[in-house]
Design a protein around this ligand. Sequence first.
Ligand code: A3P
Ligand code: MG
Ligand code: MG
Length: 395
Amino acid sequence: KRKADDSDPVERPDSQKRLSPAALSYPNLSHTPIKPPPFQRPSQLLTFSYTPDHVLEFNDDALRYFADPPGGADLGYGYDRWIKRPDERGRLDALLTAWSKFKNGLVDGPSPAQSKPLDISVMTWRGIMTKILTAPYEERDSWELNVMRVHGTFYLEEHLSDAKLKEKNDMEPRHRLQTYYGYAFESYCTTSVPGQRDNDSTTGNAPRGWGGDVNTNVQWCSVVKTKLGDRRIVIGGEVDCVRGKYSGNTDNFVELKTSLSIRGPSDEARFEKKLLKFYVQSFLLGVPEIVVGFRKPSGQLTTTQSFQTVQIPRLVRGKPGAWDPLICLDWGDKFLSFLYDTVETDTGRNVWRVIFTPKVGVTATLLDEAGVEDVMGGEDRVGFLPRWYWDEMVP
Ligand code: A3P
Ligand code: MG
Ligand code: MG
């Protein structure tokens, strides 16, 4: 039996019955929306860490503090010792574990009992929301989501076909090294104690400012609630570090990024285009500051520049190829409305496949049994949700 997602979306075998897809077409990029939906400032619900073995723990052990990186740093340092977490299917399990803990009052911080019960419209990772909101300006990469609707909440996970997962894990050496530069920058920019440089315990001769060898299993994540238009959204995402002391909220979170040094107008235009993703990724989690490390193609750090997230749209406004954040918010709102109108289910067990194609738009299709089985991946799940979560939700 062929897996449903291996087939071409247009020429599907007759044996695989699916409803014809509903569609949302691409937005007009030349008109600022008249009434863009407001985006509420995110407030943090809880945090969690992943250990060096990628075990989920409800503590802040993986939290890192910002430290100025040394100029001229070699971002290729330690490449051969990189402990790289393999790319996996983007399951929601950790987020759902966190949400369940929060809802049951099992964590410190804002208590759900103090406020009205939260009716959550959307629950997903920050990376998914970034993909959705930046879609109007995405010219190259398509993406696919699995979507379930249970008791009024939409759950969104990225759908990675086996082929795409393999492609992500078999990165070209050059691309793999460039990816590493980003993580090495994180190491140079962070310490485990505020205002203090870590000693490097892994090697005796680490360069100045090195914050320790890169293990991408380790992550510190924040779960926030926010609102786009009328819809309450719970988002989880990784936070690179905190500036100064951590005070239990997102106020001094810092996003770290690397980019090639800007040597002329075309580099500048390319960078300004990238700023859209930096901007959206950051505001979705309430991250107010983005520190960009500019580097040479060889991986040598040249300069660092700090950006205030809220100021970024102003930097690109009126420039050639400028983007408009209001178009993204408006599109995001339309996207969610489209899900509301399209993704129907009697039992909550259905899984829909949402496909975004650059410059075309979005389609949504109800998966058949084979498709759902593929999404479950032989695990104990209802659709793509872990069974324990389902049982908790649907007693
Ligand atoms: P840079 O952003 O400096 O390139 P993030 O910036 O989201 O915290 O991610 C940290 C690093 O992970 C990135 O550093 C990049 O190297 C890598 N990374 C993140 N998203 C990626 C993607 N979609 N493809 C390849 N690498 C990615
Ligand atoms: Mg990160
Ligand atoms: Mg980063």
